[in-house]
Design a protein around this ligand. Structure first.
Ligand code: T1G
Length: 696
């Protein structure tokens, strides 16, 4: 018996129960408890079979990630699995919730596995920049065949209990509670004197792929298609491939070597950081734990444009009924039509079940007139991005919305406090800033107004998680966190064209770094005319961008912008016309182009953003550096294997960044590049942004 593992005997069946909240992770204490529990049952002659089950909301959700990088403690997971696998009495894993990573590997070490009907089983280690390090790359292919195994291990997504049964990963789906289901299964196999099935000794499912290697190579290639820049998926496929060409123990050794290489690598450190950063972001500074959110059963979205439509789909995708409201029939019909087409296209690609479009559109009701918000618990406004229109909508919402309804604006820049103050209920107002396409992008910046009530913040965070978004609470300022930092980067990218670089050089540096797209290709995607019109409204100039627009080069929508695009293609092609136009503009301004290195471009793309991040922390617009990283990971495509701008800054070293910023401030005569006080202090003290979490 241990704190976290207890053993009970029900006649001839021993039940080893793991009870280590929140997710029964395989900490040293849990590993020790399991090994001792199984050994004690093994030594008890009256015991004929052993069941391993978990208390709480889930079966073991993996190794304890907080132990990584610390000195290993025995028994190791391998040693625990050996105790189980070498048991002469059948050991049954009884699974509920999620059997993930080391948790599934533990179950694969058992002779039999059963699961309740809504259980999920997977090896998601690649999502942490790792690979299964507890024998999963060898036992899973023997349980389900190498094709499905490489798909599960390289993709990292879990499968359902039904698919697990179909593919031989589990023997039976049992009724909950899992320990009871596991016990009755154990009694059955004892009664039927079923042989012990040790996966390590069963190569039957490998035979076909051993005969025809392409079965595996094709599956690996398909699985790796989406792992741009990531080391773990390719390495994981290699580890699984050795189930076909190395004896079990040798392949296990290879798995260990490859696992340790990844574990000690920079990419996994960044991805493990991102795992905990995402969870920390959901903790709202200054709001007491246990603060309850308001119930959200009905949602209303104002505006059926691109953002409104995507937001409404996110709620329908989560099974939450939503009313989408427009001011007239025509825009409403157009918006609903686009959502319908979107769903049908996704279903046609097999991204959602064939009956999902009808089901989800069935949850989206169209209506004309703001009075239709009257039953909604949450109202999200997604109308045109001007303050007057927003204030007008919120003034009216104040009249029609029921008491206690949460009023959210999807503004991406505007002052939430000014919007809230046109209502008599500013405590119920906040920002919920979604990212386009809103039904795909995971980030939701929750903008906390000066008067936003704590339970309103909790409501927004809870509902964002419910619709599979990653919420980050931010303060009110121009552009909040993401767009404010992006503006600092855009300023430099624009300056580069005046100094001598070309769009394709800058974009190549940024995409090589791992961003999905460079600033100029992004401009062409969004449309250059939007910025052009707003510059004209504000009476400011950007000579090169203005010249492009005057030449009708608005970007993808006109087939040319900073790049040219062939008919029907979205691939940006460098255009000599643009270089000519830049040269002519610089000549008019009396400016000379100079050679600019890729290193300077990278530093001036990343360091000003990091500097702005430091200012955002100083002003408490973000509660912690990791929140800023979560914004960039889930809203702007920052490569996960670099952890986020603030994590990256700590890897580069704050002293170097501060020095380079001072250098560029002088070189480009731009005082805004001078290091922010917080960055300067941490650099001078030899500290990191991460040290702020420890109160540095
Ligand atoms: N280790 C340590 N802490 C963990 C943890 C883990 N594996 N999983 C979750 N937590 C903490 C989490 O930080 C949070 O803490 C709380 O549990 C609830 O989590 C050898 C090497 C299981 C689907 O990758 O995917 O095994 O914030 O908020 O939304 O091959 O957690 O409350 O303080 O996410 O209900 C492989 C990781 C590990 C699964 C539940 N396993 N976990 O989701 O709750 S590597 C994983 C999850 C491995 C072996 C290898 C999810 C979940 P706090 P939560 P949730």
């Amino acid at each position: 018996m241990s704190e976290v593992v207890k053993v009970e005997r029900h006649d001839a069946i021993a039940i080893v129960t793991i009870d280590s909240p929140p997710v029964n992770a395989l900490s040293a204490a849990v590993r020790k408890g399991i090994a001792e529990g199984v050994k004690s049952a093994q030594a008890d002659d009256s015991v004929k079979a052993i069941v391993i089950a978990c208390a709480g909301r889930t079966f073991v959700a993996g190794a304890d990630i907080t132990e990584f990088g610390k000195p290993p403690q025995s028994p190791s997971l391998h040693e625990v699995i050996e105790v189980i696998e070498n048991s002469t009495k059948p050991v049954v894993a009884a699974i509920h919730g999620t059997a993930l990573g080391g948790g599934l590997e533990l179950a694969l070490g058992c002779h039999y596995r059963v699961a309740v009907k809504d259980a999920k089983l997977g090896l998601p280690e690649v999502k942490l920049g790792l690979l299964p390090g507890g024998g999963g790359t060898q036992r899973l292919p023997r349980a389900v065949g190498p094709e499905l195994a490489v798909k599960m291990i390289v993709g990292g997504d879990p499968i359902s209990a039904q698919d697990a049964l179909k593919n031989g990963l589990i023997e039976e789906i049992v009724d909950a509670p899992p320990a009871v289901g596991g016990e009755s299964f154990a009694r059955k196999i004892v009664a039927e004197k079923r042989p012990l099935r040790r996966l390590r000794d069963d190569d039957s499912k490998l035979a076909a792929a051993k005969a025809d290697k392409s079965i595996f190579t094709n599956a690996a290639a398909a699985a790796n298609k989406r792992s741009r820049g990531l080391e773990a998926p390719v390495t994981a496929a290699e580890a699984v491939s050795h189930s076909l060409d190395q004896p079990f123990d040798q392949a296990l050794k290879t798995e260990r070597e490859l696992f340790l290489k990844l574990m000690n690598g920079d990419q996994s450190k960044a991805q493990r950081y991102a795992f905990f950063a995402e969870r920390a972001a959901a903790k709202i500074d200054g709001v007491p734990d246990g603060t309850k959110g308001r119930e959200v059963k009905q949602v209303a979205v104002i505006g059926a444009g691109t953002m409104g439509g995507g937001i409404a789909m996110s709620f329908a995708n989560a099974g939450i009924p939503v009313t989408i409201i427009e001011m007239a029939d025509e825009p409403l019909k157009r918006g609903l039509g686009i959502m319908q087409k979107n769903y049908e296209a996704t279903a046609a690609r097999g991204g959602i079940p064939a009956d999902a479009p009808a089901k989800r559109m069935g949850l989206i009701k169209g209506a004309v007139g703001l009075e239709n918000v009257k039953d909604a618990d949450l109202i999200i406004e997604a109308v045109f991005e001007t303050m007057d229109i927003k204030k007008d909508v919120f003034t009216k919402l104040d009249q029609f919305a029921k008491p206690g309804a949460v009023l959210a604006s999807n503004t991406s820049y505007l002052d939430i406090d000014k919007i809230a103050d046109v209502t008599k209920r500013p405590q119920d107002v906040l920002g919920m800033h979604f990212f386009s396409p809103a039904n795909v992008m995971k980030l939701c910046e929750i903008v906390r107004g000066a008067k936003t009530a704590p339970d309103v913040l909790v409501t927004a965070v809870n509902i964002a998680k419910k619709i599979a978004k990653v919420p980050v609470v931010v303060g009110v300022c121009d552009g909040f966190v993401g767009n404010r930092m992006l503006a600092a980067r855009s300023k430099q990218s624009e300056k580069f064209l005046f100094e001598g670089a070309l769009p394709q050089q800058v974009d190549a540096v940024v995409t090589k770094f791992g961003m999905p797209m460079g600033p100029f290709a992004m401009g062409d995607l969004a449309g250059l005319d939007i910025g052009w019109r707003s510059r004209k409204d504000r009476g400011i100039k950007s000579e090169i961008a203005d010249a492009l627009c005057e030449a009708g080069r608005f970007g993808q929508k006109t087939g040319k912008g900073y790049y040219k695009y062939e008919q029907g293609s979205r691939s940006p092609l460098p255009d000599p016309e643009v270089e000519k136009l830049i040269d002519e503009t610089l000549a008019k301004l009396g400016l000379k182009r100079r050679e600019i290195s890729d290193e300077e471009i990278l530093e001036r793309m990343m360091y000003p953003m990091i500097n702005e991040g430091a200012r955002i922390l100083e002003e408490k617009i973000a509660a912690r550096p990791s929140d800023i990283d979560v914004v960039w990971l889930y809203g702007y495509g920052w490569p996960i294997y670099r952890g986020g701008p603030m994590f990256y800054a700590d890897q580069v070293g704050l002293k170097k960044i501060a020095d380079r910023l001072s250098f560029y401030a002088k070189q480009t005569n731009d005082p805004s590049l001078e290091p922010a006080p917080l960055l300067k202090r941490l650099a001078d003290e030899g500290k990191t942004f991460a040290s702020l979490a420890k109160g540095a």
